[in-house]
Design a protein around this ligand. Sequence first.
Ligand SMILES: [Zn+2]
Length: 242
Amino acid sequence: MEDQLKTLEAMQVLDDKIGQYRLLQEELPKQLNEINEKVEQATADLLMGETEKSEINKKQRAIESDIKTYQEQIKKYAGQLSEIKTNKEYKALNSEIAYLKEKVSEVESQLLLLMDSENEVNARIEQYKAALAEAEANKKAKEGDLKAQISTLEAKIASTRAERNKLAVTLPVALIKRYGNLIKNKDNQAVVYNRDGSCGGCGFVIRQQMRIELQLRKKIVYCENCGRILINPASESSNESG
Ligand SMILES: [Zn+2]
């Protein structure tokens, strides 16, 4: 019986290991996704910043071209002033020039505002570039290792399972079945320890009679509540039996 109890404990250790591998199988691809998503996000941010900047530059060029047109017009009208015959025409042309000058100063102030926007977007672009560089460096540092880990997990699970099955064949078939069902249905925990008089799996209080049976280690004891296999921790058993 002692051998069977030790085998069950050893099997649970291996199933704990398999459980950890399974968690990693869920966790590591998430980490890999996160790493890639950060790069994608940083790339999208940078593209957005650069698009904003090119829109600002487009507006600036349009305004600069308007200014040029206005100024050419002003120059042309100013040249015509000397050829004007009547006072009325002179006044009309002068007011046209004044209007154009006003237009120029109006769009020039728009140009200043656009310069502010351009400075602001330039600063953001620098931040986006730094964030992208960081995300890419992080990816470079971790991606390979993560992929390698992920690719070996299935093999690790298989070899650990084989190791466990090798232990299992020494047990009675009914016990193997019960163990297997517990692993499957009880959160990967078939064998649990007596934890200060309670089941280490569900916390149910162990009756006095069963505590004695646990100490004797002459039969397999099952929790009356969750059905898991109960075992006394090695130190406790050896203390009380020795
Ligand atoms: Zn229990």
